[in-house]
Design a protein around this ligand. Structure first.
Ligand code: ADP
Length: 438
């Protein structure tokens, strides 16, 4: 569970001490802070009762917390005066309360008559389910829009967002198609098929200033596509950090991920014996399910000279050091809405081996030895032997430095920055503003 770290130095000052929010049949109050630290004006809703907790998610009243948050945001726009926002763009089930509320308001609040909504799905598996009875406690009970929440005898904040937003987006084009199938639709594929004309996939970008091997302050040496030699020093540093022997010719195969089934850890568990048998180091950074943490510990205890592990959330520096020092990066995900690490890997000359799903399929091109094109290795079937076959192919190329360098530099020259994605969002926003509401 990611911890909440609030750096109050980044906050300018409270702009409202008493923002009134209609809530639970009465009125609740929140303080609102302003910050320009992210280079875009940012408002922060401060309501201790809901948000002053050590973790972001994982509480039984999460639905009420985020419903309150969305309502407070809508109250804030009005309190700020001026004109209403053109577009409210919210994300995932916690943001699903905003479009449903906005749609209800459009009919009786002229302030929001022209505001349009965009709703982005980052992972359809997280649906924000809660007890139907709570809709009344959150003042949705008497509204027609209440129906948008109904889902298998429960209320779903995700479904409400999907039904009531003007436009839906998800974080890669392939994932936009996959979620329309029963296999990956989590019971909502029918709705997504029905709304497919309003659904687009825009691949996430990476922050290429923070993830730049030429300037990265966390790594032992700098490098770029023209001169990749510094990567060797990063590899030495990585092996030292994980107390592994400095055998620099031996390939380092790494993985950084939440330890959940989605990330393909069952395949890793099956394949890792063969990976070690091929002669590679295996380095894993991850936090999550106990069974996978125990597996990593047992693996390390079995082969401490070849396996390096860090269990828990390590923060950014170690993730950068692994990306810079590893040779091969594994992402054998069962499904992957977008994925970031494959893009970080390519930027750092670390060759990704991925399953052809979601954003992994959209961002990694399988290497073709005949044409010299491609940025990594991709397998289709969710099976350990399919993963192993691609790892073996990668290792074959690793042992041929000219070929390897070609794959590395192909990846390093890709532009996966937010600049590309931002342009697509701008076009989308412009199109949305011309739409009449759903
Ligand atoms: P998801 O969003 O599904 O968790 P992504 O690949 O999109 O997967 O993003 C994961 C991000 O979190 C990456 O930046 C990765 O480096 C980072 N990360 C994941 N687990 C850890 C961990 N245990 N310690 C540090 N960073 C981690």
């Amino acid at each position: 569970m990611w911890q909440v770290r609030v750096d109050r130095n980044l906050l300018d000052k409270p702009i409202f001490d008493n923002l009134e929010v209609q809530w639970g049949g009465g009125v609740s109050r929140a303080r609102v802070w302003y910050s320009f630290a992210s280079a875009a004006p940012t408002f922060l809703i401060d309501a201790g009762e809901y948000f002053n907790r050590p973790n972001i998610y994982g509480y039984t009243d999460d639905h009420a917390r985020f419903a309150f948050f969305c309502r407070a945001c809508l109250a804030l726009f009005k309190r700020l005066g001026g004109t209403a926002p053109d577009i409210i763009h919210s994300n995932d089930w916690p943001g699903g309360f905003a479009p449903v509320e906005l749609r209800a308001r459009r009919s009786f609040d002229p302030f929001y008559a022209k505001t349009r909504t965009v709703f982005s799905i980052h992972n359809l598996a997280y649906q924000g389910l809660f007890d139907l009875g709570d809709l009344w406690k959150m003042d949705f009970g008497e509204l027609n829009e209440r129906n948008a929440f109904l889902f298998n005898g429960m209320a779903s904040a995700l479904k409400a967002g999907l039904m009531t937003s003007d436009v839906l987006t998800t974080v890669s084009p392939r994932y936009a198609l996959e979620i329309q199938t029963p296999d990956q639709g989590y019971g909502l594929d029918w709705l997504l098929r029905d709304r497919r004309d309003h659904l687009v996939g825009i691949t996430n970008g990476i922050d290429d200033n923070a993830w730049n091997p030429e300037t990265d302050p966390h790594i032992a040496a700098h490098f770029n596509a023209e001169d990749i030699s510094g990567k060797r020093e990063c590899k030495r540093d990585l092996l030292r950090r994980f107390h592994l022997p400095e055998e620099l010719e031996r390939p380092v195969i790494a993985i950084i991920s939440r330890l959940v089934a989605q990330k393909g850890y069952d395949l890793i568990r099956e394949a890792v014996g063969s990976i070690l048998h091929e002669g590679a180091f295996f380095i894993a950074l991850g936090a999550g399910a106990r069974e996978y943490e125990d597996f990593l510990q047992a693996l390390h205890d079995h082969a401490p000279q070849r396996v390096g592990i860090y269990k828990g959330y390590a923060g950014e520096p170690l993730a950068h050091q692994i990306e810079a020092g590893a040779d091969i990066f594994l992402m054998p995900s069962l499904y992957e809405p977008c994925g970031l690490n494959q893009m970080y890997s390519m930027r750092y000359g670390t060759v990704p081996v991925v399953r052809a799903t979601g954003g992994l399929d959209d961002t990694v091109e399988n290497f073709n030895r005949e044409t010299g094109e491609g940025t990594g290795f991709k397998f289709e079937r969710y099976a350990a032997n399919a993963l192993l076959e691609k790892i073996r192919e990668a290792l074959y190329c690793y042992n041929r430095p000219e070929i390897w360098k070609k794959i590395q530099t192909n990846g390093m020259r890709q532009d996966n920055s937010w600049r590309v994605a931002a342009r697509k969002y701008l076009d989308l926003y412009q199109a949305v503003m011309k739409k009449s509401g759903v």
